[in-house]
Design a protein around this ligand. Structure first.
Ligand SMILES: [Zn+2]
Length: 324
């Protein structure tokens, strides 16, 4: 039995459904306050690393080893794609939280998840990167509430952020963005390179534990969000300076690149024999991708829209750039 099958079976064995018509969710009602924490796991099917921490949290809540006094909903977004070892089956689930989702597996899944996201007071979406990363990081646009939650949870010290109005990719909608459009904080946390690992397990468990502890303090009125944020050091803010579309389809990155690999202006980041890409800015690489290629050197479709980006520290604190 695969690790994933094992953890999904444990999830199914322990989960208790709440008021949502979706099979792969667990709902907990602590009964004492109204803050509704929603946690997403495996919205990308092969980003499985947070599942053990999610399952163990549910188990400890059910055995009453851990208390949580508010509402909590945890969902597994795309186990079908996960079991197929894929990011998605027909469409990227984290792009189709749109008004009219497509009529395919992920479109129907987005529709099923929307009522859960609609009910969230705070949403934390747990992801993993395709390639290695030397650190966990948050990635979502700037908002003061998002900043305070991210800092108070303290699950990462780097935040890849952007001006509030910029969508992740125009014409699409991510799960965290769907929540933000409803005026609630939606945070995405990239834990580690995709797959089961000690780091992913531990980082997800830490994030969930801190999130619930904080939500109980806020819900119980013993703490304020701005106050809780100051208990942790501020985040390091980086922004995207450049994106390279996966264009033409013969583009290939040089070997050995990972998330946060430093690059200098003008440095070659393409492979030998690929159309030349030189870094147009100094900074750190983010989301580099090595696709699969045909013998003629063209990428096997569907290839990602973007092959790599460069991020660099923000020149000023976001409160100065984009306000409180
Ligand atoms: Zn993801």
């Amino acid at each position: 039995m695969s690790d994933l099958r094992h953890w999904l079976d444990r999830f199914d064995a322990v989960r208790r459904h709440g008021p949502f018509d979706y099979d792969h969710h667990h709902h907990h009602d602590g009964g004492d306050h109204d803050l509704h924490v929603v946690v997403g796991c495996m919205i990308h099917g092969d980003e499985v690393g947070s599942l053990p921490a999610v399952v163990e949290l549910i188990e400890s809540l059910c055995r009453e080893e851990r208390r949580f006094s508010g509402q909590l909903t945890l969902f597994v977004g795309n186990p079908e794609a996960g079991l197929a070892g894929r990011r998605f089956l027909e469409a990227d689930l984290n792009r189709v939280f749109v008004e009219e989702p497509p009529d395919n597996h992920e479109g129907r899944r987005a529709r099923a998840l929307m009522p859960i996201l609609n009910a969230a007071s705070i949403f934390l979406d747990l992801h993993q990167t395709i390639l290695e990363t030397d650190r966990p990081f948050y990635i979502f646009p700037w908002s003061v509430a998002g900043w305070q939650w991210a800092r108070a949870i303290g699950a990462a010290s780097t935040w890849v952020t952007r001006a509030p109005a910029q969508s992740f990719s125009p014409g699409t909608c991510c799960a965290d963005e769907f929540v933000r459009l409803r005026g609630r904080p939606g945070l995405t946390l990239e834990l580690s390179q995709k797959g089961f690992s000690h780091d992913a397990h531990q980082r997800a468990a830490l994030a969930l534990n801190r999130l619930l502890t904080l939500a109980d303090r806020l819900g119980g009125g013993t703490e304020t969000l701005p106050g809780a944020a100051t208990h942790h050091p501020d985040l390091h803010f980086v922004e995207t300076r450049w994106r390279q579309p996966f264009q033409p389809n013969t583009l290939m990155l040089r070997p050995g690149l990972a998330n946060f690999t430093p690059v200098e202006l003008g440095e070659r980041i393409s492979a030998e024999g690929s159309p030349l890409i030189r870094a147009p800015a100094s900074g750190m690489l983010l989301f580099p991708k090595y696709g699969d290629y045909h013998p003629d050197g063209t990428a096997i479709e569907p290839r990602p829209g973007e092959i790599v980006r460069i991020v660099a520290p923000l020149a000023q604190h976001p409160t100065e750039l984009w306000g409180e």
